[in-house]
Design a protein around this ligand. Structure first.
Ligand SMILES: [Fe+2]
Length: 373
């Protein structure tokens, strides 16, 4: 579709039944007018994933500035200091750019110098460090899993609400092979994916395919997240689908966590309303959930039961037909609606395969709104 003479919006050709994603051509991201930005914002809320090709020269500042236009009152990186705790499961995966601390370098391999960072060792998350079971080493080059389905969000802290958008710029991408992604959950589901893909699923599709009874439950239920969730879950292990944790009492007791202020505990609706289209999206961070608050006031705090219910709701939406696995090229800039998709990294790289991505998102001051807001 041509929006104005030089700007084009092209659907991303996804093999999935869940058509989402759009490529925008013809905009200069370092010099965006207000009307240019409106095109991007509208596209993000309509299509959930927006791709710009050939953005190698976009500076960290301009990446930050673009990200911030979605949340003009925000200045803090989406995870703030929670990633710096040595026991946080996010800690090893993020290197902050000294010149633009809201932008993180993530990836794999040794980087001698990049944007003020020197001699950093990046480590692509591997499912064997997070899942209870793992693909056998002998198959590791050819077979992979979803690492951890998530929303980019601190999920603790009254002023650390989930970012509206995350921007991901592929700086260096090893030219790759493809891998078979296995669900390993007894269904036999698998997916052919590019090496090191980022997989997305639309929260709107995940909601749409629920039964009427499930929709009604999801619309009226709230999710309470664990305080300091990435430290809380650090000793626990994930299910093979990356869609939540195994319940074996390995979560850290609350008294072993940093100080907790009850006002900072986040309780969100299960279903979030798209601010532009009004569509509803099933948005739950499955590994950080701790309690469910039902409409009648009942609180379910049996963790295994909480996880069982959440898994049942989310699993249909990650079926192979609904997953979009982006095939990264250097220079790809992807903006995703962090309040309308779940996403996960996949894949396993060798030591010598260098991959560099710049990621930016900003903690929001406004909480997501639910069905009845
Ligand atoms: Fe993420």
């Amino acid at each position: 579709m041509t929006v104005e003479s030089s700007v084009e919006l092209l659907p991303i050709p996804t093999p999935s039944a869940s058509k989402f994603g759009v490529e925008i051509k013809g905009l200069d991201l370092a010099n965006l007018s207000d009307s240019d930005f409106e095109i991007i914002e509208q596209a993000l809320y309509e299509h959930q994933v927006v791709l710009f090709k050939n953005q190698q020269s976009l500076s960290p500042y301009h990446q930050y500035a673009l990200t911030r236009r979605f949340s003009p009152t925000s200045t803090t990186y989406g995870h703030d200091n929670t990633t710096k705790a040595p026991t946080s499961i996010l800690h090893p995966d993020l290197k902050t750019l000294p010149s633009q601390p809201q932008v993180q370098l993530i990836g794999n391999g040794f980087v001698s110098s990049y944007e003020g960072l020197t001699n950093v060792q990046l480590r692509h998350p591997h499912h064997r460090t997070f899942h209870k079971t793992a693909i056998p080493d002998a198959d590791d080059l050819s077979v992979t899993r979803f690492y951890r389905w998530h929303i980019d969000a601190a999920l603790y802290g009254a002023d650390m609400q989930p970012p509206k958008v995350t921007t991901l710029l592929a700086v260096k991408v090893p030219t790759g092979r493809r891998q078979t992604l296995r669900y390993d959950d007894g269904t036999g589901d698998e997916l052919d994916v590019p090496l090191g893909t980022t997989a997305f699923t639309s929260g709107e599709k995940s909601y749409d395919i629920l039964t009427d009874e499930q929709k009604s439950f999801a619309r009226s239920t709230k999710v309470e997240y664990a305080p300091h969730p990435y430290i809380w879950m650090s000793a626990a292990k994930s299910l093979p689908t990356g869609l939540g944790m195994v319940s074996e009492n390995l979560e850290k007791p609350l008294e072993a966590l940093p100080p907790i202020d009850d006002r900072d505990i986040q309780i969100h609706p299960m279903v979030w309303r798209n601010p532009v289209t009004g569509n509803l999206a099933l948005q739950i961070h499955p590994s950080a959930v701790r309690k469910l608050h039902l409409q009648d006031g009942t609180v379910i705090d049996d963790l295994a039961e909480v996880r069982r219910r959440v898994y049942e709701l989310l699993r249909p939406g990650i079926a192979p037909a609904y997953v979009y696995a982006h095939d990264w090229s250097e220079g790809d800039l992807v903006l995703f609606h962090n309040r309308g998709v779940l996403h996960t990294v996949c894949g396993a790289f060798g030591e010598d395969e260098v991959r560099m991505f710049r990621q930016c998102n900003l903690a929001d001051t406004e909480a997501p709104v639910g069905f009845d807001a």
